[in-house]
Design a protein around this ligand. Structure first.
Ligand SMILES: Nc1ncnc2c1ncn2[C@@H]1O[C@H](COP(=O)(O)OP(=O)(O)OP(=O)(O)O)[C@@H](O)[C@H]1O
Ligand SMILES: [Mg+2]
Length: 430
């Protein structure tokens, strides 16, 4: 809020370190150190009275350690954002810290810039944790239909993963088919491959598209239904596919820098999507793993962004960073959902519930099944078709049903499902 300072609490057992951190923070007029504690116990005792927005927590504390202290402190003051400080080489610790509720971490000694940046980042997350939500109108999403909207205005569901190889295409392809099967042939489902340079959704569906999205580049602003129909390829499931160009250089016509709008979005991609959503009820969009002009155009129009990750630390961190970016862009966070892929129930690893506690409840846990997933990719027969009863397929089918339930009534803006509503008030976005 304007004029209000960011309240910071420093927890470190070494008085000199506490003092150094406090001094570094005096460089920023927006930050106020409201409390310092020399132990975890002291921090837990003082936190309720001090009401910090951000807590800088040393991981190594005598008595109860920084990780345990974080968990307890958040029970007392759930709105606090904890930044963990540790010396290098404590990655296992960091993982545990994240699971205890820490939202970021810094290596000791942090520079003034690192520290101040982290505190500002954390402070920005606060409104969501407090349950105040960003107004969809203030965000980038297109929202629902307005005056003069055509009869059909399909819902755009974007799948994105910051890292490659996480299963984004696999999920997009299977989701589109599962959705088509769940809603029936009257409802039109499209799969759009916006991984323009190396898109492979068509391969996952054993399609050899004679035309691709690149063929729309020169006509993007004067599209008609007939043109779109000649470019989209039908899959036996009923899903129509707008495939990525056959080679990276063929994507060039869609990627020139002149076609970027004031907001940084790719105009051609936006025009194509805007027209296509008038022809389909659902557009499932597969993406490359980068936030570029294509992705910005897509985010502008997406009704739901599914962030995909596997339970692996770099991917958790990537997803976290992407969600944070969405928030910085004022993207309405109630439109963001999490899908945890390759969940390995048999082996020890990071449990999906731990990721959820630290981010948000996931809309799906898709189990790891190398045999089924690899066979599907190699033969171009999606697993929801080949093995619909397998747990990996069932998870995607359930996701399709959740999505359809959310949008089917056409009143999702006023009657959000409980899951989504709960997510609005959920603190641990990061
Ligand atoms: N749940 C799963 N269990 C096991 N393997 C999986 C699962 N999901 C996807 N895979 C496998 O992971 C590999 C990568 O999947 P996919 O191509 O869908 O990911 P991507 O994120 O789209 O990658 P790219 O970086 O190429 O865009 C494929 O071989 C796929 O079969
Ligand atoms: Mg892919």
């Amino acid at each position: 809020m304007a004029g209000e300072k960011i309240r910071v609490m420093i927890v470190d057992d070494v008085a000199e370190t506490r003092e150094q951190l406090r001094k570094l923070l005096t460089f920023d007029a927006d930050i106020q150190v409201v409390a310092m504690a020399g132990s975890g116990e002291e921090a837990i005792k003082t936190v309720a009275g001090a009401k910090p927005d951000v807590v800088l927590m040393d991981i190594n504390l005598p008595g109860i350690d920084g990780i345990t202290a974080t968990g307890k402190l958040l029970e007392v003051l759930p709105s606090a954002q904890v930044v963990m400080l540790s010396v290098q080489g404590e990655s296992d610790y960091m993982r545990r810290a994240m699971m205890a509720g820490a939202r970021d971490y810094l290596t000791k000694p942090p520079s003034a810039d690192e520290l101040i940046d982290a505190i500002h980042r954390m402070a920005k997350l606060k409104p969501i944790r407090g349950g105040e939500t960003l107004s969809p109108a203030a965000g980038m999403g297109s929202g629902g239909a307005g005056v003069g909207t055509p009869a059909r205005l399909g819902k755009i569901i974007t799948l994105f993963s910051p890292k490659g190889g996480t299963g984004c295409t696999t999920t997009a392809v299977n989701l589109a088919i599962a959705l088509q099967s769940s809603v029936g042939p009257e409802v039109k489902v499209a799969l759009i491959d916006l991984s323009l340079q190396f898109g492979d959704a068509a391969i996952f569906m054993k399609l050899q598209p004679p035309r691709t999205i690149a063929d729309l580049a020169s006509r993007a602003n004067e599209m008609d239904a007939e043109l779109l129909a000649t470019v989209m390829v039908p899959h036996p499931s009923g899903v129509k596919v707008l495939a990525a160009p056959p080679s990276p250089e063929d994507a060039e016509s869609l990627l020139t820098t002149e076609i970027v709008d004031e907001a940084g979005g790719n105009r051609l991609v936006k025009s194509i999507l805007k027209f296509t959503r008038q022809e389909f009820d659902y557009l499932i969009v597969d993406t490359a793993h980068t936030v570029d002009a294509v992705m910005l155009a897509l985010l502008d129009l997406s009704d739901m962004v599914l962030v995909l990750l596997r339970p692996i630390i770099p991917e958790i961190r990537g997803a976290r960073n992407f969600l944070e970016l969405l928030q910085k862009m004022n993207y309405p966070m109630e439109k963001a959902g999490l899908v945890i892929n390759s969940v390995d129930n048999k082996r020890m690893g990071i449990q999906p519930e731990a990721i959820e506690r630290n981010m948000m409840p996931a809309l799906a846990h898709v189990p790891l099944d190398e045999r089924i997933a690899l066979t599907a990719a190699n033969y171009g027969v999606p697993f929801v078709v080949k093995e619909p009863r397998a747990p990996i397929s069932q998870a995607v089918i359930k996701l399709a049903q959740v999505i359809d339930k959310q949008f089917a009534s056409g009143t999702e803006e006023s009657t959000q499902p409980a899951e989504t509503q709960r997510r609005l008030g959920l603190g641990r976005l990061l």
